[in-house]
Write a protein that binds this ligand. Structure first.
Ligand SMILES: [Zn+2]
Length: 414
């Protein structure tokens, strides 16, 4: 029996045992502050798995902040580059022009990544962080070709996976949610996204019974990991369609947008993590699967932490469609991304106790570990994920669209 078969069997056995004991396990694990709350939702199988396999899984050496300044690349053109893919601004910055060979309008900051749309052998057409089109010269960028098509699922080698990790928000005017202590979502999710990247760029093993990740093992590094906010501080605005354009141009097989939630409806005895999927018919099956896997792994990662958990009454894999544009995705990054994409909302930053966790490297690593395990399962198995999934809602808000371009600033070289 291979390790996956063993994993499935183990999960099956654990699920059967754990469902029997899950109510007791959950009661035992309540934090003192949470004992007054009632169990609002029936314990789902994934919660039972997590409760049964509670064990420190986030004590690896990389539980310390991994975020070093990212060195800008040297100029380089991938031999397979034909105009579609991504470019990253090389050391020293790059002149940005409105036409191929035209006068420079600004110098773009080194280390920043853009979607590449076409080139004429010298000038590469890009979609800027602010949705506009522009041109940069090949001598001032690193250009990576779009990935070849692969079929995701059992039998795929993880080294063929091309993944976009999207830290939500960014820049001075899009800071995202803010916690009671002033923690900003844009800063938390950037750190988590970099931890996901670092996991994906290494070789690891996963104990699928416990979720523990080891520093060496049979899972190879992913083929390519692309962040949508890059460079030394990576604190700049990227419009939602430009985040999606990076995944589309790279021909990635998945985009995971990392967020923290805000607001809630009820107190819960378990983490109120939600993951939003795309409901477009051609993307929905794989997007739901990725969302359910991440939601399941969130429970496994987070249940061992003490917090006053909060959430909506329905947690798990969800989707929101626009009220003003019927049938369209409410969330811009899911509307514009043409490959399977999800928005992960691991915990609530506006909760006092969850913000406290989100400020710790241990919890951020636990968040990243959950996303990593889910991506490995998404790419190399056909598992559908154990978390609950819900049909799309029509979301009665007009927010969530990409908004106007006014005021968006392309990061410039200092
Ligand atoms: Zn957000």
């Amino acid at each position: 029996m291979n390790s996956l078969g063993a994993f499935r069997l183990t999960v099956g056995i654990i699920t059967m045992i754990a469902v029997l004991f899950s109510v007791a396990a959950i009661a035992k694990d309540r934090s003192p502050a949470a004992t007054a709350t009632t169990l609002i939702d029936r314990p789902s199988p994934q919660m039972a798995i997590a409760a049964a396999s509670r064990k420190p899984v986030e004590s690896q050496p990389w539980g310390v902040p991994p975020v070093a300044a990212e060195a800008p690349p040297s100029p380089w053109i991938d031999p397979a580059f034909s105009g579609r893919g991504t470019i990253t601004i090389a050391r020293g910055g790059a002149a940005l022009a409105e036409t191929a060979g035209g006068p420079a309008t600004m110098t773009v900051r080194e280390g920043v990544t853009f979607a590449a749309l076409s080139w004429d052998g010298e000038w590469i057409e890009i979609q800027t962080t602010c949705s506009s089109r522009g041109f940069v010269h090949r001598s001032q960028v690193r250009a990576d070709a779009a990935a070849p098509d692969v079929t995701v699922g059992a039998g795929l080698d993880f080294s063929q996976a091309v993944i976009v990790v999207d830290p939500g928000h960014g820049g001075p005017r899009n800071i995202g949610g803010v916690g009671p202590q002033g923690t900003t979502e844009k800063e938390v999710v950037l750190d988590i996204a970099r931890r996901v990247r670092d996991l994906l760029n290494g070789s690891h093993g996963v104990d699928w019974a416990t979720g523990e990740i080891t520093t060496a093992g049979p899972i190879p590094p992913a083929g390519r990991v692309i962040l949508t906010r890059t460079g030394k501080d990576a604190d700049y605005e990227v419009r939602l369609d430009s985040r999606a354009a990076i995944a589309n141009a790279a021909n990635a097989q998945a985009l995971v947008s990392i967020h923290t939630n805000a607001g809630w409806a009820v107190e819960l005895n378990y983490p109120g993590s939600d993951v939003y999927y795309q409901s477009q018919p051609e993307l929905r099956p794989q997007s739901v699967r990725l969302a359910r896997l991440i939601a399941e792994e969130f429970q496994r990662s987070f249940l061992r932490f003490d917090a006053n958990w909060t959430g909506e009454e329905r947690t798990g894999a969800k989707s929101r469609e626009s009220k003003i544009n019927p049938g369209q995705q409410f969330y811009g990054v899911l509307r514009h991304t043409e490959v399977p994409a999800v928005i992960a909302e691991g915990a609530y930053i506006n909760s006092v106790t969850q913000e406290r966790l989100l400020r710790t490297p241990e919890f951020r690593q636990a968040y990243a570990n959950a996303v990593y395990r889910a991506l490995v399962r998404y790419f190399t198995t056909d598992e559908s994920g154990g978390a609950k999934s819900w049909d799309p809602d029509v979301y009665p808000s007009t927010r969530g669209n990409a908004g106007g371009v006014d005021g968006c600033v392309i990061p410039s070289q200092p």
